[in-house]
Design a protein around this ligand. Structure first.
Ligand SMILES: NC(=O)c1ccc[n+]([C@@H]2O[C@H](COP(=O)([O-])OP(=O)(O)OC[C@H]3O[C@@H](n4cnc5c(N)ncnc54)[C@H](OP(=O)(O)O)[C@@H]3O)[C@@H](O)[C@H]2O)c1
Length: 272
């Protein structure tokens, strides 16, 4: 992977920083309550993925790149638990999803698992799957016992899908009701003692979290591409938020070498 440094544009004064370690070194508060953060790569016109694409996971190749993926994995390495959606596991079962659960990557020899172990963390963060349908296959590597995997659902846990998941050693936590609410999700994570929660799901789970006053922090990568196309996902779904959720810029880095030298911006926002 290209090792060109990044330029910090904010806060000033500007300085050069290596890509590797940028988010491993980012300061996180030491609170007991779950500190929840998310991360998206987006085009300039706000597309993070397209709906109903025939192949792939919908995230356009025009905006994905190894340097952004490296930072995605660094954020995963910082977490106690990663949130993913049932729909991600369905896409993965169909062979069309990106690998987001592993910390290793063939192009990236740095071992983030070793980084965690040196700090006394288990090699991999746990996985919390948010789902209504419960109809996804559990990937083999998730039922190997290396990390705790559990599902949070609004559905009654007595059905056959829940039984199938339990047979694969996946715990099913039921909140009751139509779907999981954001405050229920956060309090389940809190009761389980998680301090750092990485939302690796998409706009639907993000919306749940906003309803609970989360996420605390949002990492956004802006790829300088206009994509258009009407059926797309943006970072958050659902009806208009009134009042708007407020965030304040925490840092901004220019990655001038990325995307054929057109560059990309790594921004981080803190909730106000
Ligand atoms: N560019 C980026 O950085 C980025 C980042 C993340 C995702 N994406 C893309 O965005 C697209 C959507 O991703 P996604 O499907 O993971 O996003 P999502 O909208 O967060 O997940 C939707 C799924 O979450 C579950 N869910 C949502 N609300 C629920 C509730 N109240 N109770 C219980 N379960 C609930 C449901 O799973 P069930 O269907 O199992 O019930 C639902 O289908 C994909 O194309 C993905 O690749 C892009």
């Amino acid at each position: 992977m290209n090792t060109a440094p990044l330029t910090r544009l904010f806060p000033t004064p500007s300085e050069l920083r290596p890509l590797h370690g940028l988010y491993l070194d980012d300061e996180f508060p030491k609170s007991q309550a779950p500190f929840l953060y998310g991360n998206y790569v987006t085009s300039l016109d706000g597309r993070i993925a397209f709906k109903g694409s025939d192949e792939g996971d919908g995230v356009p190749e025009d905006i994905t790149n190894p340097r952004d993926w490296r930072l995605f994995r660094e954020l995963a390495a910082r977490s106690d638990v990663m949130l993913v959606s049932g729909s991600y596991l369905r896409r993965r079962g169909a062979g069309s999803a990106q690998e987001i659960l592993a910390l290793r990557h063939e192009d990236d020899p740095d071992s983030l698992e070793a980084w965690r172990e040196q700090r006394g963390y288990p090699p991999l963060p746990d996985i919390a799957i948010v789902s209504r349908e419960l109809d996804f296959p559990v990937p083999l590597e998730l039922s190997s016992g290396k990390r705790r995997v559990f599902v949070i659902t609004g559905r009654d846990g007595a059905g056959s899908d829940a039984a199938r998941l339990r047979e694969q050693d996946v715990e099913v936590v039921c909140t009751g009701g139509e779907g999981v609410r954001g405050d229920e999700l956060v309090s389940i994570l809190e009761r389980r003692g998680y301090h750092r929660v990485y939302n690796a799901a998409g706009p639907g789970v993000h919306r749940l979290l906003l309803g609970a006053g989360k996420p605390d922090r949002l990492y956004l990568t802006f790829a300088p591409r206009l994509l258009a196309g009407d059926e797309f996902y943006t970072v958050v779904s659902g009806s208009r938020l009134e009042p708007a959720s407020r965030f304040r810029l925490r840092h901004l880095y220019l990655d001038a070498d990325a995307l054929d030298g057109d560059g990309q911006l790594f921004a981080c926002y803190e909730r106000t």
